[in-house]
Design a binder for this molecule. Structure first.
Ligand SMILES: Cc1cc2nc3c(=O)[nH]c(=O)nc-3n(C[C@H](O)[C@H](O)[C@H](O)COP(=O)(O)OP(=O)(O)OC[C@H]3O[C@@H](n4cnc5c(N)ncnc54)[C@H](O)[C@@H]3O)c2cc1C
Length: 462
């Protein structure tokens, strides 16, 4: 049996992509190597444009903690978002494991089939489809999307290059508990009398009684990253970073990560596509990973569904690479820059001071916020359109959004099987893609609406 789409990996990117495909009438299956979710969380928050998309899918009310960023920063230099007026940027302040639970529940409601304990270890493609191998058994699909994280097996098996910068820093992370009386207001009160302030020391209190510590040191030559991490290794690293010894009573998770920065050279190789960390890895500076992966998924879902339904115009699926590779490169750019600004070096300290001064300017803050939260995205919608809204995130319109293309304030005979039309009485009309970006805006008779409909949503039906 040939499946339409097989998604490899039930992380946040894979789950959102699966839901988007299901909403567009395609029923993907998801193969996940873990028998059960681990319950552990890399990310503690999801911030940026993808939150607006979750809202347009009617999902935001499922997340308990939504609001403006608690601490907006560029490499820990505070960004005063209040000075630039309301940018509308929001975050979901929830450990990744809980975010994934909500995304999983949604995918299951939409009828997505998730097969757990299925590690993909083989991939071959031909002109008609892709054959994956799981435990020696073939799984056939017309398209495969690798959402299988930074060391993506799909990416490697598809022969997609992953160029970038090798690690220069080694970061260690642990979620740990401390003895009673140590957790203070704003700091840990160590038994030695020393105080470890939250955030700037690398220690963050979590909601459930645990603390997270992250250290950042030069990457040691010849370091064996496969060696299991021990509490002693962590303690040594904390001591070098802060000069103190943590009074750890237990850990539930210890891990290492690096500042390696890499991006897939192609997001599409024939019938194989990549999304999320499988397509890009970077330092989690400011935590843009989830936002970027989810925006990949929202961009890809409707395009892949259009291809499978047979109405995709030429080049639609390739526009996924064009649009999202460029956006991914921007994320790599700012996370690398933030990593560089955090290096312990006197010259970098001067650079930080200069940067902090620049951040006093509202225009600089606005520009950086645009970069950090993907608010500045502008896709090329073609046709030389000059309307300022075209290519940008669509303004909020008082109407129910769907996961379909929407045309506000105009009619589109021939496309109404694909495009939802909404009368507005406004002289300005607007065509919005399912991922929320404006494909065309203007007067209904400006002659540019039909080319935009053809470019993004195919030929009119007879
Ligand atoms: C310390 C740290 C802190 C972070 N903090 C933040 C933050 O605050 N905010 C933020 O937005 N981002 C943060 N990130 C980044 C964020 O966690 C990732 O960007 C996010 O998990 C990527 O999601 P994904 O679905 O693309 O990949 P993953 O979450 O890696 O999911 C991939 C899935 O694929 C499965 N898989 C892998 N190989 C196979 C295979 N061969 N067959 C089948 N299944 C397979 C895996 O088991 C996994 O379930 C942080 C990262 C780190 C390391």
């Amino acid at each position: 049996m040939t499946n339409d789409v097989v998604i490899v990996g039930a992380g946040p990117t894979g789950l959102v992509l699966a839901s988007e495909l299901a909403l567009a009438g395609v029923h993907p299956i998801v193969l996940e190597r873990l028998p059960e979710p681990t319950g552990l969380s890399k990310a503690l928050a999801l911030v940026g444009r993808s939150v607006d998309l979750l809202e347009r899918r009617g999902l935001l009310e499922r997340f308990p903690a939504v609001g403006p960023p608690v601490f907006a920063h560029f490499s820990m230099l505070p960004l005063d978002l209040a000075v630039v007026g309301d940018l509308g940027v929001r975050g979901i302040f929830l450990p990744q494991a809980q975010t994934e639970e909500i995304l999983l529940a949604r995918a299951l409601e939409l009828g997505v089939e998730i097969r757990r304990g299925q590690a993909v270890d083989g991939l071959e493609q031909d002109p008609d489809g892709v054959t994956l191998t799981v435990h020696g058994q073939p799984v056939r699909a017309r398209y495969v999307v690798g959402c299988d994280g930074g060391s993506s097996t799909v990416r490697k098996l598809a022969g997609i290059g992953f160029p970038g910068i090798a690690p220069a820093r080694l970061l260690r992370l642990a979620d740990f508990t401390v003895p009673a009386g140590v957790a203070g207001e704003g700091h840990l009160d160590l038994p030695t009398g020393e105080r470890l302030p939250y955030f700037i020391s690398g220690v963050v209190p979590l909601r459930d009684g645990y603390f997270r510590v992250i250290t950042n040191e030069p990457y040691p030559a010849g370091f064996d990253r496969d060696a299991p991490m021990t509490v002693e290794e962590l303690q040594g690293s904390v001591q070098r970073a802060t000069g103190v010894r943590l009074p750890i009573t237990g850990t539930r998770w210890m891990s290492r990560f690096t500042d390696a920065t890499r991006q897939a050279d192609r997001y599409r190789a024939g019938r194989v596509l990549l999304a999320g960390d499988a397509a890009h890895i970077h330092l989690p500076a400011g935590g843009p990973g989830l936002n970027t992966g989810l925006l990949d998924a929202f961009n890809l879902g409707w395009k892949l569904a259009a291809e499978l339904h047979g109405w995709a115009p030429e080049g639609l699926l390739d526009s996924y690479h064009t649009e999202r590779h460029a956006e991914g490169a921007r994320v790599l750019l700012h996370t690398r820059a933030q990593g560089a600004l955090a290096l312990p070096d006197e010259r970098v300290a001067s650079l930080r001071t200069v940067f902090a001064e620049l951040l006093q300017d509202a225009a600089t803050t606005r520009r950086l916020a645009g970069l950090l939260y993907s608010l500045d995205t502008r896709y090329d919608m073609g046709g030389g359109q000059t309307h300022p809204l075209v290519g940008r995130w669509s303004p909020e319109i008082d109407a129910t959004h769907t996961a379909k293309p929407m045309l506000f304030g105009a009619k589109c005979p021939g496309w109404e099987d694909r495009v939802v039309t909404v009368p507005t009485g406004d002289p300005e009309a607007m065509l919005i893609r399912p991922d929320g970006y404006v494909a065309w805006a203007g007067s209904p008779d400006d002659g540019a609406l039909e080319p935009a409909l053809r470019r993004w949503f195919g030929r009119p039906s007879a």
